[in-house]
Each structure stands twice: as structure tokens, then as C-alpha cells.
Design a protein around this ligand. Structure first.
Ligand SMILES: *Cc1c(COP(=O)(O)O)cnc(C)c1O
Length: 244
């Protein structure tokens, strides 16, 4: 089972390398993030011991449960799930360096207030719903620039770029459209030269579509299934909880 994780990581590295080569991307521009939702700590540890350094959870509860066990191996934690405002205080206890799923002003304001109180700052990516599916979180593409401008005024939040979950589809061109849209929004934001806004990161691409994402400019790809295997919960468990 341990072997399998190592082999899977090697296979993903190979896919990243090939996609970079084919698209004239520099391999150093693309970071691999391991999406560890539902994965037990003994399996995550194998990946960290093999040299992986960037992991992310979707739920504060899981982050909390795994934190003590994993912290003995140096690594960086991002957060990629839907964040409820009543979980902010808890989240900030577990050394998360970047919240990739900042998708609404109300959340940003509450985060900012808490960070001021704790005298801390945190990196964020703005999550954009590029597939226009109701089942996905993220601000609408139309509202993304406005949200960036608003969040930029909250000085504890350091905007580093954008994140999206593309359409789940076997039709590559439809998926590509989502990633192109994110890149397009990124370019528009860069042109505005908003103070307190950096736009170097594009977090997009998962197990099934990382090649397309790299072709379209991804700097962080988020991989779960292709490394740790199938999850017992469907993704709707993580992605639809806030839908009413
Ligand atoms: C689960 C998850 C991933 C990884 O998806 P896989 O298809 O398992 O690679 C990436 N991003 C987010 C936000 C996720 O919730």
C-alpha cells in the first residue's frame, strides 16, 4: 500500500513533467498540492516522508484531527474547502498558510477581524466558479474582480492569485474553457494594478485534468485520487454542504 502511494506520486510527477515540456512551461512554475481529504495520517505521512511538502484539507475538523500527528514532518498546509465563518477561529490554530477558497466578502471581513485580533496575516486565493455549476462554490466570474478589490482593502489578507475547480467532463475543451476563464480574469486583475494584490498563483487542475490546467497556466495543481486512491465519500459531501 505504501509502495502504491510512492508509485502514484512518481506517475503524477511524470505527468507534470510531460505537460510542462509539451506546453513550454518551466517545471519550477508548477507546484503539486496533495488534496488529503478522507486520507488517514499514516498515508499522508508516507507522501511527506517521500519529499512532498504541500498538503490541503477541505474541512477544519479533519485538519484539526490530523494536525498533531503530521506536524512532526515539516510541510505547508493550505485550505481548499468551503469555509464557514463559525470555523474561522478554529482554522487559524492549525498553521494554514493559505486559504485557497476565499469566495465571499462576508467571510473575508470576518477573517480580517479575527486576524487583526490575533495580530496575524494570511495568504488567500479567490475561488472563482468558472464552470457556472450551482453545485460548486466560488464567486461568479462576473463578481471576481469586485471581490478582489474589496478583499484588497483588508490588510491582513494577502491575495496571491485565484483558484477554481473546473467542470467535471471528459470533454477536454469544455474543461479548458474554465481554466482559460480563470487565466483571463487573472490578466484583467493584473492590468488593474490594485494595491495589496498579487496574482502569481493560479490553482487549477486535479487528478483528471491537470495536463489541461498546466497548458492553460496553472501554478498549483491539486491532486487527491490519483495519489491516494478513490475516496469513500462523494465530492458532493465536501462541495454541496452550503447549498440550500
Ligand atoms: C478533492 C479536491 C481536489 C482533488 O481532487 P481529485 O480529483 O481527487 O484529484 C482538488 N481540489 C479540491 C478543492 C478538492 O476538494
Amino acid at each position: 500500500m505504501n509502495e502504491e502511494i510512492l508509485q502514484n506520486i512518481a506517475a503524477i510527477q511524470e505527468r507534470i513533467n510531460n505537460a510542462c515540456k509539451e506546453n513550454g512551461r518551466n517545471r519550477n512554475e508548477v507546484k503539486l498540492l496533495l488534496a488529503t481529504k478522507t486520507v488517514p495520517t499514516d498515508r499522508i505521512k508516507i507522501a511527506l516522508q517521500a519529499g512532498q511538502t504541500l498538503i490541503a484539507e477541505n474541512k477544519v475538523q479533519e485538519l484539526k484531527e490530523k494536525y498533531e500527528v503530521l506536524k512532526v514532518i515539516p510541510h505547508t498546509n493550505h485550505f481548499i474547502g468551503h469555509l464557514q465563518t463559525n470555523k474561522i477561529k478554529d482554522l487559524l490554530k492549525y498553521d494554514v498558510s493559505c486559504i485557497q477558497s476565499l469566495d465571499r466578502l462576508n467571510l473575508a471581513e470576518k477573517l480580517h477581524r479575527r486576524l487583526l485580533f490575533e495580530n496575524k496575516t494570511i495568504e488567500v486565493l479567490i475561488q472563482v466558479n468558472t464552470s457556472f455549476e450551482e453545485s460548486k462554490f466560488g464567486t461568479s466570474p462576473d463578481n471576481a474582480i469586485e471581490l478582489v478589490k474589496q478583499v484588497a482593502q483588508l490588510e491582513t489578507l494577502k491575495i496571491k492569485g485565484l483558484m477554481t475547480i473546473g467542470l467535471f467532463s471528459a470533454e477536454t475543451e469544455k474543461v479548458r474553457k474554465c481554466f482559460r476563464l480563470l487565466k483571463d480574469i487573472q490578466q484583467q486583475i493584473i492590468a488593474l494594478e490594485i494595491p495589496n494584490v498579487e496574482m502569481q498563483e493560479l490553482s487549477m487542475g486535479m487528478s483528471n485534468d491537470l495536463e489541461t490546467a498546466i497548458a492553460e497556466g496553472a501554478t498549483i495543481i491539486r491532486v487527491g485520487t490519483a495519489i491516494f486512491g478513490k475516496r469513500i465519500y462523494p465530492d458532493s459531501y465536501y462541495w454541496n454542504e452550503g447549498i440550500k
